[in-house]
Design a protein around this ligand. Structure first.
Ligand SMILES: Cc1cc2nc3c(=O)[nH]c(=O)nc-3n(C[C@H](O)[C@H](O)[C@H](O)COP(=O)(O)OP(=O)(O)OC[C@H]3O[C@@H](n4cnc5c(N)ncnc54)[C@H](O)[C@@H]3O)c2cc1C
Length: 446
């Protein structure tokens, strides 16, 4: 029996389910999937990050006496060829977004796939309410995960001892250029070892709940990109954190990641439609959307957040909430447009977290912000970027402006020398428009 070990979103050797469950002669593989890559621009940052991570994984596997075959092709073609070459089955970790599910169905017609819950702490089927139905609200789901705190429930995987490497053309590695991409500059922290980064973060864990919302404070763990591509396992993050007395607030966030994956698994249609059966009469103004994407809305905190996203691929959680509320409420633009833009730009883009968070912000999700609780972006920036440190880091030409004016509607524009764009909508008027529109969306039936 020769098994294929298909690495996808688990680019690590430590605590890896497929390395633990494999037996005998194996072929570890990674596929740069042309179906996905052909749709991306040549300067996509994630491709640079994945490329570096795959090469690192190859080295780690070599240290275990294994290796990694790297393909640049359609998965179906790769698997057909591997079947012809005599491989009989493949092991991989679960993936629940629409494309991944369709891809796996096609692969299963070629070779049997054995899937493991490895990118998340739980399999969504493990946790149901008393009526054996999936939870739709976070708090009872969070409470139901309490069994995870028992140490024996969540042990790390050990790499299988009896693996041997099958003969293959391992040195043949496609270059980034051959795949149509140029190497991108990545944020410094992504060059660090995630295990060390996490360990260092434990020293600030006590301050997490006080600092996590303050945009310029670096009060969060920066684990999301590593978790997304599996350079660290969620189990390792959870096990490291739960030994600290002040870890509740952090683990709550980690469980949000589980919850959002759980929602996508049980309610896959949420990828394409409102989770609540409501019809919102969106305004969907294309010019407004373009200005939001570019960071030219005339609201300093929104513009700084979007411009930062465009140049770095990063955005603080508080900023994601502010810009998502502004887009779906003040501009009254369908959350799916914002979700798609984040999907293009975010380094940590994860379909489940992104979709559910957008549905939360747009008040269309099952456990969402009430439609009448609309963030005022100026009050948000006054509270979470009081001195304007973040805003002026991204928009340095606003450094001369008194911080208080950055948090006041139209105040930045009053300095004509700055040439700062006019607001595209008035906050008060657009808030009223959103409330009136959402009132008509028939929440009573939802
Ligand atoms: C509109 C919107 C879109 C989002 N899109 C994504 C996305 O595509 N991918 C993504 O990973 N997160 C997304 N988030 C959640 C959150 O913003 C990021 O996980 C967080 O900013 C990552 O920073 P961190 O690793 O320092 O988080 P920390 O605060 O250190 O949290 C630890 C881990 O918990 C998880 N987590 C934290 N907050 C959330 C949350 N609100 N929802 C789900 N998981 C969370 C992440 O895996 C994170 O790495 C989105 C939030 C909003 C409001």
């Amino acid at each position: 029996m020769r098994q294929i070990l298909w690495f996808r979103r688990d680019l690590r050797v430590k605590d890896n389910a497929i390395l633990a469950h494999a037996q005998g002669e194996v072929l570890p593989i990674f596929i740069f999937d042309t179906n996905i890559l052909n749709k991306l621009p040549s300067n996509d940052k994630r491709v640079t990050f994945i490329y570096q991570s795959v090469l690192k994984l190859k080295k780690e596997l070599q240290n275990l006496g294994l290796d990694l075959a790297i393909f640049y092709d359609e998965p179906q073609t790769v698997f057909k060829n591997l079947k012809t070459a005599g491989f009989t089955s493949a092991l991989c970790s679960v993936d629940y977004d629409h494309y991944a599910k369709e891809r796996d169905k096609k692969i299963e017609k070629i070779l049997p796939l054995q899937r493991f819950t490895d990118s998340f702490l739980i399999h969504p089927k493990e946790v149901l309410n008393k009526s054996h139905l999936p939870y739709k609200v976070f708090t009872p789901f969070y409470n139901a995960l309490h069994y995870l705190w028992e140490a024996h429930n969540i042990k790390a995987f050990e790499c299988s001892k009896n693996l041997s490497l099958t003969h293959f053309d391992y040195p043949n590695i496609p270059t980034l250029q051959e795949m149509g991409f140029t190497k991108q500059l990545l944020p410094d922290f992504l060059m660090q070892n995630p295990h060390e980064l996490l360990k260092n973060f434990t020293q600030s864990l006590n301050d997490y709940s006080q600092k996590r919302d303050f945009i310029a404070l670096n009060g969060t763990s920066q684990m999301s990109v590593f978790l997304r591509f599996g350079l660290i396992s969620p189990k390792e993050v959870f096990n490291t954190m739960r030994s600290y007395p002040q870890s509740q607030a952090y683990i709550r966030q980690l469980f949000f990641r589980e919850f959002y994956n759980y929602l996508l698994y049980h309610f896959p249609k949420t990828q394409f439609e409102n989770q609540k059966p409501i019809e919102v009469e969106w305004n969907n103004n294309k010019e407004h959307f373009k200005k939001w994407c570019k960071g030219e809305t005339g609201v300093p905190i929104v513009d700084a957040a979007m411009q930062h996203l465009n140049t770095t691929g990063l955005m603080h959680n508080r900023l994601r909430m502010i810009v998502a509320s502004y887009l779906t409420k003040n501009l009254l633009i369908n959350w799916q447009w914002g979700e798609a833009y984040f999907a293009e730009k975010l380094l940590d883009y994860e379909a489940s977290s992104n979709i559910a968070s957008w549905q939360w912000a747009a008040s269309t999700g099952s456990d969402a912000v009430p439609y009448f609780r609309i963030f005022n972006p100026y009050l948000q920036s006054a509270k979470f970027d009081k001195e304007g440190v973040f805003i002026t880091l991204v928009l340095p030409w606003l450094k001369e402006v008194d911080a208080k004016r950055l948090h006041k509607e139209n105040a930045t524009q009053s300095d004509l020398f700055l040439n700062y764009p006019q607001q595209i909508v008035s906050i008060a008027q657009s808030r009223s428009r959103a409330i009136e529109t959402f009132k008509k969306a028939h929440y009573e039936n939802a």
